[in-house]
Design a protein around this ligand. Structure first.
Ligand code: PEP
Ligand code: MN
Length: 621
């Protein structure tokens, strides 16, 4: 009906299907009455676009597209790193490189089997044989692969051998290739042509989307400028621009942009800082022996260092690094943690706890919000959620004591993971509200405490506490008054349709909240969600009290010190019902050397009273 209506009025149609709905793009010089169109059955909304690309445009689809390649996601709250050699050179070389980059945390393997080279005499790649080597290397390590396709005929031959097609820079406007590859409906990584404008690049993405695929990731790889010192010029500015114009994820390839090995890591970090969703990096076990692009290929040690830097930087831009576990064999997703019961957090949609949950478990983890922190414990205990995410400490305001105390009441709950999330607070209001119209500000007491300096500058505002920051946003949205504002995160603004009146109002930009992941104990241990990785735990949390005698705390701490165990946090809390007696909460390191930890903890348990081991887990950066 909708299609016939549009076709009858002279439009050419292009369609894109999503899980629950689809977008019909109509172009051409047709004439339709927008109001009439809106009233047709099945039409949810009608938008006129001002861009020559429609399916790729954010005007058509507001939410970020997350491209799925097997277990890997590109886009969203996590940074995806693809790494591998320029070209597959031999079975042994691709296996060796795959293992190295995976060990450093890369989640996808790259490598060319067909190499479009500037010179006809240069190494052209191993062809299908090389692709088979790469597929086997990727499969053995649980890494999906991406490889360049250079012609429509090869696309057909390669379609079952690769997880993602790469369209090379030189082929960005090879429209027959784009149409063919798009029609295969597999994920595509679309490089930007060396002289392509943003609009040309997005129109090439449009070709892919219009031909049938929905999984397109854009990749900036340097453009040609007057500068010849570097191989190309990395266009950093394109990242925030394209992220605004399009909903597609944007990756950056600093290797082909710079062409100089030592300059690749700083450019890679700059791309992450500018908002890139991920990177594709050339790495070779012995770059001097590489058959192509050796001078820009990183040594494995350089790649390892870069991955660590990315991991440390990601929270600053509100993201985490999607990574494979560092050691051990790839563990398929733990079935119990992908069950529909999912994870639970306290608050409303858009809460910082939900951001933490997404960073830990990924966008597609089923989730549920409950109204209190106790509710999080209860849901994990009764099995209606398999894991819970809970804030325990903030870098500006200290521990959230109520949550610590809950651990004592729920001995069957253990800590199995942690995450440090950068918390950026915003002042949110309804449309029409301004800083001048506000008289009341709503937030969680933590929100007020973390924005003390900002609130002190507006003494006339009345602060009214709510159960959580996202709840405050919900309330302000429901009230609809220009006099009320909420202090909450940007996600809460999106969830409740509020406007950001001022962003970054926390007293100090280094504002981090530490969240713990909790699960139910089964016997002596608690199952660890596989998205937390299978690295051995390096941190533990414990609780104990000591007798009211001289030196008793000293003796307890000496056991840790003598055992070579670092104490990263010690805090005392009153014992309920025993005035002036205290419990000590301690966070300690677990030494790498096996067998060093357990005897020390046993000795500590003997020395102290009310000893409780809350859990061992991997520390978050
Ligand atoms: C590549 O990534 O292997 C490649 C050849 O890159 P580009 O197409 O960007 O030159
Ligand atoms: Mn290359």
């Amino acid at each position: 009906m909708i299609r016939i209506y549009l076709q009858d009025r002279g439009y050419t149609l292009r369609e894109q299907e999503f899980e629950e709905d689809s977008i019909i793009g109509a172009t051409g010089k047709g004439s339709a009455d927008l109001q009439e169109l809106r009233n047709l059955p099945g039409v949810e909304s009608v938008k006129a676009t001002t861009k020559p690309y429609e399916l790729a445009s954010r005007e058509t689809k507001r939410e970020d597209t997350i491209v799925t390649v097997g277990p890997v996601k590109i886009g969203g709250s996590r940074i995806t790193v693809i790494a591998g050699p320029c070209a597959v050179e031999s079975k042994a070389q691709i296996q060796e490189t795959a293992a190295l980059v995976r060990e450093s945390g890369a989640v996808m393997l790259r490598g060319g089997a067909y190499k479009p080279r500037t010179s006809p005499y240069a190494f052209q790649g191993l062809g299908l044989e090389g692709l088979e080597y790469m597929k086997a290397a990727g499969e053995a390590l649980g890494m999906p692969i991406v490889t360049e396709v250079v012609s429509p005929e090869l696309a057909e031959l390669m379609k079952d051998l690769t997880d993602m097609f790469q369209i090379g820079a030189r082929n960005m406007q090879n429209f027959e290739l784009l149409k063919k590859v798009g029609s295969l409906k597999k994920p595509v990584l679309l490089k930007r042509g060396p002289s392509a404008t943003i609009e040309e690049w997005l129109l090439s993405a449009e070709y892919l989307l219009a031909s049938g695929t929905r999984d397109v990731a854009l990749c900036e790889r340097g453009i040609r400028t007057f500068e010849t010192y570097t191989r190309n010029t990395l266009d950093i500015s394109v990242i925030p621009v394209v992220k605004e114009l399009s909903h597609l994820p944007v990756l950056v390839d600093p290797s082909h942009a710079l062409g100089i090995r030592a300059k690749v890591p700083p450019a890679a970090l700059a791309a992450i800082a500018a908002g890139a969703d991920g990177l594709t990096i050339e790495v070779h076990p012995r770059p001097d022996e590489a058959l192509s692009d050796g001078p820009q290929s990183l040594y494995p040690e350089q790649f390892e260092r870069l991955m660590r830097d990315i991991e440390a930087m990601a929270p600053v831009v509100g993201k985490g690094l999607l990574r494979t576990p560092r050691q051990g064999v790839f563990r398929p997703r733990d079935p119990i943690f992908s069950a529909p019961a999912g994870a639970v957090f306290s608050g409303e949609r858009g809460a910082f706890s939900e951001q933490a949950l997404t960073r830990i478990f990924g966008e597609d983890m089923p989730r549920r919000a409950v109204s209190s922190f106790r509710g999080v414990f209860e849901a994990v205990l009764d099995g209606s959620a398999l894991a819970g995410v809970m804030p325990v400490e903030n870098s500006l305001t200290g521990s959230i004591h109520e949550n610590y105390d809950l651990f004592l009441q729920y001995p069957d709950i253990a800590i199995v993971g942690e995450l440090k999330l950068r918390v950026v607070h915003c002042l949110l209001g309804v449309s029409g509200a301004s800083m001048e119209s506000i008289t009341v500000v709503r937030s969680h007491p933590q929100g007020f405490a973390q924005c003390r300096a900002f609130l002190d500058a507006h003494p006339a505002w009345q602060c009214e506490a709510c159960g959580n920051t996202a709840g405050a946003a919900a309330q302000v949205a429901a009230e609809g008054s220009v006099q009320a504002a909420a202090i909450a995160g940007e996600d809460a603004a999106k969830a409740f349709g509020l406007k950001v009146l001022k962003a970054g109002i926390e007293s100090n930009p280094l504002n981090y909240t530490r969240f713990v992941v909790i699960a139910r104990r089964i016997g002596d241990s608690a199952p660890v969600p596989s998205s937390l990785g299978s690295d051995p735990p390096n941190k533990a949390s414990l609780v104990f009290s000591v007798s009211d005698k001289p030196g008793s705390l000293f003796r307890a701490l000496k056991i840790l010190s003598d055992g070579g165990i670092n104490l990263s946090k010690l805090e005392s809390r009153p014992i309920h019902g025993q005035p002036w007696r205290y419990l000590f909460y301690a966070d300690v390191s677990i030494p790498e050397t096996e067998g060093m930890f357990a005897p020390v903890i046993e000795a500590l348990e003997t020395e102290t009273e009310d000893f409780r081991f809350l859990g061992a887990y991997r520390a978050s950066l």
